[in-house]
Design a protein around this ligand. Sequence first.
Ligand SMILES: Cc1ncc(COP(=O)(O)O)c(C=O)c1O
Length: 352
Amino acid sequence: MIHGGNIYDRSGQPLKGLRDFSTTVCGRVPGLAARLKAAQPRLAAYPQPYSQALAGCLAQAHGLPQGAVLATHGSSEGLALVSRALSGPVALEDPCFPEYARLLKRQGRCITRVVAERPGHRPALKHLLQAIPKAGSLWLANPSSPAGQVLPLPSLMALWAACQARQSCLVLDESLEAQALDPLPSLLGSAWQRPGLLVLRSITKGLGLPGLRLGLVTGHAGLLSLLAQQQDPWTVDSMTQALGPWLAQQSLAQAPCRRLALRQAKAGLLEQLLGLKALGYQPLGSCTGYFLLRLPQGCKASRLSQKLLEHGFLVRDCASFGDWGQGYLRLNPQSKASNRALARVLAQEAGA
Ligand SMILES: Cc1ncc(COP(=O)(O)O)c(C=O)c1O
């Protein structure tokens, strides 16, 4: 499995009764149905080219100056724009979101990987600093995926300063911000003042709405205009443009409740998994709702995830992140009943 969230059968229908632990989606947004209905007439017209009004609203919601934001079709489009706009060699932390390498390879970029020493950790700061290429870029996610680790502000500042010193860019992917259990150390608010820094966010992932594709990129004016040149005019559809200002506000307003709900759901799943320790299942610590689960010796993540699917559970096996990943699942906690049911099936599969 390369991405979580593929809940579909071959005909494109969502599989019935599936319990999805595989994504990094969280949160919810009350009052959506009425908003969708009110925005429906907008579908009869093309979206505003380049989502200029929406970009202005996103900037305002985040306290940024007008012109400091590009609105994108999910943060995925932002990453694609960055991969096209920035030239030169790239350093990637490893493991990381698999799309980075796919996008960069498509542009023929030379990639160096800075590998974490142990599963559940990210590469040491000194190794990241050493790996920054000359006149290229360093890409990293904060929180990280799949481990859910958060870099503190001084480390982010040190990385940005080192990128500056080498005429490189820091591409800081904050798409998983909504999953952070504490307010995220972020460079979003100051990126427009810092040359050589781009910060990306997903707006809809933390509202439980990944199907509605909205993200943003912010950065220094010169860099942002390079990205804008790569964007096609109608990538954010009319419905999303209509709902976007409200969604952005909701995303910010819901943050405290979302963090509380994430903590509770995670505690619930960890409690269920505690009973499986003797069978060899070991959750790793993370700063996010999602976390890595080490599997019993000899248990292969790709095989176990297939077995779990037969029982109606979708989980993210980590096999595609590297050899180490065959021993791990990434789990995003769900309802109490689903957490309990998953633990029961994990125990069964370990032969209890
Ligand atoms: C680290 C990271 N960045 C970006 C994305 C893409 O987010 P979006 O749904 O906003 O395109 C994901 C999706 O899972 C992700 O894990």
